[in-house]
Design a protein around this ligand. Structure first.
Ligand code: X2X
Length: 359
């Protein structure tokens, strides 16, 4: 080989080695990921649910060394407020992922209505049994079937009713009350069965409806009641745990399946950790100190409102609980909901839920 040839060979080797060094120095799979992954969240960033969504995106960024960047879009902004459309949009890949309520996901996964059966689940212990049991597994597998990859159970919480008229202690008290409910049909059925006048409305419109007094009341968990300062509109709250609204962090399956295993593991870990934090926020002051301890010990987080019931009372809200007699009366008044909805939810799932709770 002449000197020119040797020189060329050397240069080629040098260039190739430099390129290889560069390739390894660059983050693995760079360029393979989107600049931004869109996440839909139905509420705002000051809600416990919204804080959980922020935590999730922060943890994902941290655990993937900045390779995956999730941007939360609050107030269902990507859906112009149409909260019940989120699961279709995620399944289609129009939205990448969601930190979403099971109520809002129920149009695509009707099995999720199990959580909306009135006076069925009633407490955190039962809910935990369902999520970690057969019920949770069945629901996750149903999600997979419609193109959604579930990552972790989070929470909105047990829903409590508030209103501007009178304390709700017995079914007679709710008769004729105009109540804002989510546009999910089981809610309309339940409040009609109670003789109330339910109006379905997206969350984005609900707050104006409270302000303008278009409705007499509504139902939502404390994590929603506190940031909207419900005491400005409603002076009566009944803590009746009549049904629960878990959240699920999920991804569109098509996109999810493209991720390398390392990224999948990192995102899943982030989802579990964010969900643990967010659930604790939602339960703080409602579960005999368990969640307050989790927040302090695992997340070094001091709860701003450690006692939500006391907070509501301090703001002038009359807070009531149902007597055992009242629970019986409300259960009886809503018995027809089971006849209509168990066939839609699935008899097998209903039985699985009962078995889970009996454990
Ligand atoms: O719309 C509601 O009431 C809310 C905020 O709780 C849900 O997204 C289900």
């Amino acid at each position: 080989m002449d000197t020119m040839g040797k020189c060329l060979k050397k240069s080629i080797i040098l260039i190739v080695s430099a390129l290889m060094v560069l390739m390894f120095a660059m983050p693995v799979n760079a360029g393979e990921f989107k600049k931004e992954y869109k996440m839909t969240v139905n509420v705002g960033p000051s809600f416990y649910w919204g804080m959980g969504a922020i935590k999730f995106s922060e943890l994902v960024k941290e655990k993937t060394n900045g390779q995956i960047n999730i941007k939360p879009y609050f107030g269902s902004a990507l859906l112009k407020g149409a909260q019940l459309k989120s699961p279709q949009m995620v399944a289609k890949g129009v939205i990448d992922c969601a930190f979403e309520s099971t109520i809002n996901t129920s149009p695509v996964v009707p099995e999720m209505n199990i959580f909306s059966l009135p006076f069925f689940i009633n407490n955190f212990e039962n809910l935990d049994k369902l999520e970690s049991g057969e019920t949770g597994r069945i629901i996750f597998s149903k999600m997979e079937k419609v193109g959604l990859t579930p990552l972790a159970w989070a929470e909105n919480g047990f829903r409590q009713v508030t209103n501007s008229k009178r304390p709700i202690l017995m079914p007679a008290d709710i008769k004729g009350m105009r109540l804002r409910v989510v546009g999910s049909p089981i809610f309309i059925d339940t409040f009609r069965a109670l003789g109330a006048d339910p109006v379905n409305m997206n969350w984005g419109d609900a707050q104006t409806a409270f302000q303008q007094g278009v409705v007499d009341g509504q139902e939502n968990p404390v994590g929603v009641l506190l940031p909207v300062q419900i005491w400005q509109y409603h002076k009566f709250a009944t803590f009746w745990n009549y049904l629960v609204d878990p959240c699920i962090i999920y991804w569109g399956a098509k996109e999810w399946n493209k991720f390398p295993d390392k990224i999948k593991t990192a995102i899943k870990e982030a989802a579990k950790e964010a969900a643990r934090f967010e659930k604790a926020l939602c339960r703080a002051g409602l579960d005999q100190g368990i969640s307050l301890n989790i927040l302090k010990n695992e997340f070094n987080y001091d709860m701003k409102v450690p006692n939500p019931l006391k907070h509501l009372k301090d703001k002038g809200v009359t807070v009531n609980h149902l007597s055992p007699k009242a629970v019986k009366a409300f259960t009886k008044a809503t018995a027809g909901i089971y006849d209509k909805w168990i066939p839609k939810i699935g008899e097998d799932l209903y039985k699985a839920a009962k078995r889970d709770m009996a454990k």
